[in-house]
Design a protein around this ligand. Structure first.
Ligand SMILES: Nc1nc2c(ncn2[C@@H]2O[C@H](COP(=O)(O)OP(=O)(O)OP(=O)(O)O)[C@@H](O)[C@H]2O)c(=O)[nH]1
Ligand SMILES: [Mg+2]
Length: 665
């Protein structure tokens, strides 16, 4: 067969958490997110690799359990296989749970495209002493290539690509399940009907089977008069017969299948315990923040010294270059104060993401969804909705995207509404600064309390919405608990590096720009360059908001401006304060003492500080989140509604904190 120069398109399809993305990264050198819980990938992703000079286009897809069209992942993956010019399907299976994985294989074979079975996680199979009959397995699957690989250890990769190229040229093979007489008879009749009505349609059998299952998508694309031939859905029978076949394959091909990891069972006795599970979760989160503060602060010292040296160097450089005063001020009081201040939080952010990476790649995430299932059920959501919320501790943007894994649209909207209440890493900078300044003895506890307030608020709001809409959603928890794994060094390193890179990029772009703009609006007023900041645009603008913010204890124009700037990115609240109050290194002991002096002079106490933190926790999320909410809800009405709601909520909560707090203390 002549193949020309056209690249071969290969699509990785498989169950959630079977290692598709790890394999994709290994082939393409991409750094897509890998983690040990089902539902990590929510979008199709494309990359390129080559084998012996032949270009190969590789597509990674969201994990699916079957080829129905009930969930968003199934739709994305199915469309990808059908419409993307896929030449070869690489069915990635987790060899350590072959039985469950092969069910999807049986469906993929019905698509009549070349399928290759990538038997992944072979390292685990060997470790556990399980054995798979690699001669009988392909035989029972009708002669499709079966290639043992380990995506993590990067073994078997060349053999897999060799099979792709070879199999592509050979065309489809594979067994197809033969159903019982009655069903086969109906399939035959639907095929006849389809042949007549859609003469160009290929793979009639697949379409006919899907029609027997009453598959909405297929019926929509190729409407036929079905009722007579197929009076009801035969989905259940078709599923059962596929399972029966898989069972017979397992019986012949898998040995020592009882070998399961004992560690998982032992650890789960505590972590998924009906009573201990939830305290264990809060304990683990507390440990994460403890480390973030202690180790983070320890590393911070070195950062500050570096920053100090940099500032001095830049300053003397500017002086010796004969720069004018305003240029020096712009660089030192604007850019360096803003960006530099933010950079000193890097150690805290680093530790936070390192801890989150460990939690995600160990397999703990799915356990949290499991133990929170009952609590979430009370507010009309399933435990699965807790996964995006957990991701929100890192960054709200991927968290909002992760809600795609929720089947029900209403649940999705509700989860998107409450996910921003989970304190993201950007808000950590605000807590670190204010808690250290105003609550020096109990800074860690205060910061932790804000995380708890966020979780509590999210659950409370979900409850109120649940009561108001009176929705009776089913809360069957469809989440698989993956086996625990020792987190992979490469995965953790990629995860943390990507997050650090995002943070640095943000410092170099958004925060840099915000600081420069802020410097200008502080140094320019209606009368041009000014010497008294009270005449500046910033002051005049901030003053407008002071009456609104006064009742919540935040009645100064500087704070008003910092909060507004913070919508560009939450760290900007901190960087703006450096610029607004003219503090060189806000996160250092000297910087904090200076800011404390200025704020204290205006009557700003620890109660005001807590109100400010609560406000920052709850108010309008950053621009990137707002854009993501818009993209995911596809509605400006929803997006703006959520933003306004969060603003009002933040004001009300801060009002309560300030009013009650200032009476008590
Ligand atoms: N031991 C071992 N672990 C693996 C192997 N391949 C992947 N993993 C781990 O399995 C987990 C899931 O990997 P992913 O690549 O995210 O799985 P996925 O199929 O893309 O999952 P979804 O995107 O959720 O569908 C991660 O913890 C990986 O480190 C392997 O060959 N051996
Ligand atoms: Mg994936």
């Amino acid at each position: 067969m002549s193949t020309g120069e056209r690249p071969i398109t290969v699509c990785f399809v498989g169950n959630p958490n079977c290692g598709k993305t790890t394999l994709f990264n290994a082939f393409t050198g991409a750094k897509l997110k890998v983690a040990n819980w089902p539902g990590v990938t929510v979008e199709r992703m494309e990359g390129e690799t080559s084998y012996k000079g032949r270009k190969i286009r590789v597509i990674d897809t969201p994990g699916i359990y079957s080829l129905t069209s009930y969930t968003m992942e199934e739709l994305v993956t199915r469309r990808c296989i059908e419409e993307d010019g896929v030449d070869v399907i690489v069915n990635v299976v987790d060899a350590s749970s072959l039985e469950r994985n092969l069910y999807l294989t049986m469906q993929l074979l019905e698509l009549k495209k070349p399928v290759i079975l990538a038997l992944n996680m072979m390292d685990i199979i060997e470790e556990r002493g399980m054995e798979i009959d690699l001669h009988r397995l392909p035989e029972m699957l009708g002669g499709i290539p079966v290639v043992p690989v380990s995506a993590r250890k990067r073994t078997g990769l060349d053999v897999l690509m060799h099979a792709v190229v070879h199999h592509y040229e050979e065309g489809p093979q594979g067994v197809i399940v033969r159903y019982d007489r009655e069903i086969e008879d109906r399939i035959q009749r639907v095929e006849d009907l389809l042949r007549e009505k859609y003469p160009d349609l290929t793979n009639l059998r697949w379409h006919a089977i899907k029609m027997l299952e009453y598959d909405k998508e297929v019926l929509k694309d190729h409407p036929v008069e079905l009722k007579q031939i197929v009076p009801r859905s035969f989905e259940k029978e078709i599923i059962n017969e596929k399972y029966d076949y898989v069972e017979s394959v397992i019986k012949e091909c898998l040995f020592n299948k009882e070998e399961k990891s004992h560690m998982t069972d032992q650890v789960d006795k505590i972590l998924t315990h009906p009573i201990l599970g939830i305290p264990a979760f809060f304990g683990i989160m507390a440990l994460v923040f403890f480390l973030t503060f202690t180790v983070g602060d320890f590393l911070k010292g070195y950062f500050e010294q570096g920053l100090e040296l940099l500032s001095l160097g830049v300053l003397s450089g500017l002086h010796s270059a004969g720069a004018s005063d305003w240029v020096i001020s712009l660089v030192v009081d604007g850019a360096l104060a803003g960006v530099g201040g933010i950079l000193t939080f890097l150690p805290n952010i680093f530790i936070l993401f390192l801890a989150l990476a460990f939690l995600e790649d160990s397999g703990y995430m799915a356990r949290v969804a499991y133990v929170m299932n009952e609590t979430m059920g009370m507010v009309g959501l399933s435990g699965r909705a807790f996964l995006p919320m957990l991701l929100g501790f890192g960054c709200t943007v991927p968290a909002v995207m992760a809600t795609r894994a929720l089947e029900n649209q209403r649940d999705r909207l509700k989860t998107i509404l409450i996910t921003p209440f989970m304190s993201c890493s950007a808000r950590l900078t605000i807590y670190v600064l204010l808690a250290d300044m105003f609550f020096p003895k109990s800074a860690m506890l205060v910061a932790y309390s804000l995380y708890l307030v966020g979780v509590a608020m999210a659950i409370l709001i979900a409850l109120i919405v649940h009561r108001m809409t009176d929705s009776n959603t089913e809360n069957a928890l469809l989440i698989e608990l993956p086996e625990y794994k020792i987190p992979n060094l490469r995965t953790v390193a990629i995860y943390v590096w990507e997050k650090i890179k995002d943070y640095l990029t943000k410092a170099g772009t958004t925060i840099f720009l915000a600081s420069i703009i802020l410097w200008f609006v502080m140094n320019v007023g209606p009368a041009g360059f000014i010497s008294d900041v009270a005449d500046s645009f910033a002051a005049k603008f901030g003053q407008i908001l002071v009456p609104v913010l006064k009742p919540v204890g935040l009645g100064s124009w500087q704070i008003a401006v910092a909060l507004i700037s913070g919508i560009s990115a939450k760290e900007v609240v901190v960087s703006s304060m450096s610029v607004l109050y003219g503090i060189g290194n806000i996160n250092s002991a000297a910087g904090m003492a200076e800011l404390l002096g200025i704020l204290g002079g205006t009557g700003f106490t620890s109660v005001n500080a807590y109100a400010l933190m609560v406000f920052c926790l709850l108010y309008t999320p950053c621009i990137a989140t707002i854009a993501t909410i818009k993209r995911e809800t596809q509605s400006w009405r929803w997006t703006l509604g959520m933003v306004m709601f969060q603003l009002v909520l933040a004001w009300s909560a801060a009002f309560l904190v300030f009013q009650i707090g200032s009476r008590l203390f």
